[in-house]
Design a protein around this ligand. Structure first.
Ligand code: ATP
Ligand code: MG
Length: 415
């Protein structure tokens, strides 16, 4: 970055908030949480500096600009991001930066859009825009078009600096992870549950994960998948915990107790009971599953409520009204689909009858559960749970193309 007009800062991203600005007196809590999340997710890139500027947060880092942008885009609670130049606070610096930003454009029209958060700056927005516009015309001979320019340069005059940018990248929206509390997600290795977790995170829930494997009656594949999913989802929150519970022997006991067509449902109820006990131990306040109404027989309205009654905690189902195609699209976008579709033996189908009850009778389930020593089984499963800490090792190839803001978002957020 040219040092004539900028601080010696390798990269900076200016982050703008979405719903947070609507939250009145809680706003500062939200800002604090977002800053905490930024530190947690970005500190491995090198020494980080955060500058809160009204409704925006400037994130300064020694990482390359595209890497910082891609990583910052995974922060939840953000509507827009701009890769910016950080300029000294003077009209001259703004002119030099604008000329540099437009230097490689041989032709076309431009507009300078300026705004001041610091009203003590000697030029008002209009004066700054026309001063910088003239400097660009003189230096490069480009034409100004304020209604339909080929390129816009935005200048935001702030407390200690001017931010200059041309690009607007759409953020993921939602709320900062952690502002709504903590959840335990039942993560299967399939397509739905990682998407449900992402949606829960987007509403501000920090998520722990629990996976039930059919071991010793299945291979380890489903564990690898759950691990890969939790690692991918860790991008949005950092410090993720995944608990793995070997469930095969218990499933076998359920089958031996004569579960028949109730096998899947009684397994689900037991999973929920184990998850509740673990959640209480870990300080998680709700459970989250990837259930979608009517998707399979265990997810009829009747059976969903039979499972729900096994839970002492509220059970959230973010995907309850989503179609499979919608879930698949989102799984692709967050990067979990490729792992979900890999083959793995699912513990749920182990010992399960081909015909599952779409309307399981509660009294038959109760009789079945009476035959199992639930208290002891729960204790055994809980103490067999193993905790791992999944994390993605980042590579250059992770830097996917970032979506650019749509025109309506530009309109509301550039003002
Ligand atoms: P997905 O698990 O992604 O939904 P699926 O449709 O194959 O794929 P279902 O059988 O529909 O899974 O299970 C419904 C929900 O129950 C899952 O979304 C998940 O929350 C929970 N669940 C199922 N199997 C397991 C498991 N082995 N470990 C943890 N949770 C599970
Ligand atoms: Mg499902």
């Amino acid at each position: 970055m040219p040092s004539a007009y900028s601080y010696d800062v390798p990269s900076c991203v200016l982050i703008k908030f979405g719903e947070i600005v609507l939250k009145g007196r809680n706003r500062s809590l939200f800002y604090t949480q977002l800053r905490r999340n930024a530190v947690r997710l970005l500190r491995d890139l090198g020494p980080l500096e955060l500058r809160q500027r009204g409704g925006a947060l400037a994130v300064l880092s020694p990482a390359p600009a595209d890497e910082l942008l891609a990583r910052a885009r995974d922060l939840l609670g953000i509507t827009l991001l701009h890769p910016v130049l950080v300029l000294e606070k003077s009209p001259e610096a703004a002119c030099a930066a604008a000329v540099d930003l437009l230097r490689d454009r041989p032709a076309g029209t431009f507009a300078i859009r300026a705004r001041r958060r610091d009203k003590r700056f000697p030029l008002d927005s209009r004066e700054l825009a026309s001063t910088v516009g003239r400097a660009v015309q003189d230096a490069l001979g480009l034409d100004v078009d304020l209604t339909n320019p080929d390129v816009e340069i935005f200048l935001e005059v702030d407390k200690r600096e001017i931010f200059a940018y041309t690009e607007k990248v759409t953020g993921r929206g939602g709320l900062p992870v952690g502002v709504s509390g903590r959840a335990l997600v039942l993560l299967s290795g399939g397509i739905d549950s990682p998407v449900a977790a992402y949606r829960a995170m987007k509403r501000g829930l920090r998520c722990d994960f629990i996976h039930f494997s059919g071991r010793p009656y299945t291979g380890p594949e489903s564990i690898y998948k759950a691990y890969a999913h939790a690692a991918q989802l860790d991008r949005f929150q950092g410090g993720t915990k995944l608990f793995i519970v070997p469930f095969g022997a218990t499933q076998r006991r359920i089958a031996a107790a004569g579960a028949g067509r109730l096998q899947v449902l009684s397994q689900r109820r037991l999973m929920v009971k184990v998850a509740c006990a673990l959640a209480q131990r870990e300080g998680d306040e709700v459970l989250v599953t990837g259930d979608s109404l009517g998707q399979v027989s265990s997810q009829t309205l009747h059976n969903l409520s039979v499972v729900e009654r096994a839970s002492d905690l509220p059970l959230l189902r973010p995907l309850v009204a989503w179609d499979k195609a919608e879930i698949v699209r989102e799984a692709e976008e967050i990067g979990t689909l490729a792992v979900s579709v890999l083959p793995a033996e699912d513990c749920c189908t182990l010992f399960a009858s081909r015909l599952a009850d779409t309307r399981a009778a509660p009294d038959r389930l109760a009789t079945l559960e009476d035959r199992l020593d639930l208290a002891q089984t729960l204790d055994e499963l809980l103490s067999a749970a193993e905790c791992v800490r999944p994390r993605v090792e980042r590579a250059e190839s992770d830097l996917r193309l970032l979506p650019v803001a749509q025109p309506d978002e530009r309109a509301t957020l550039s003002s």
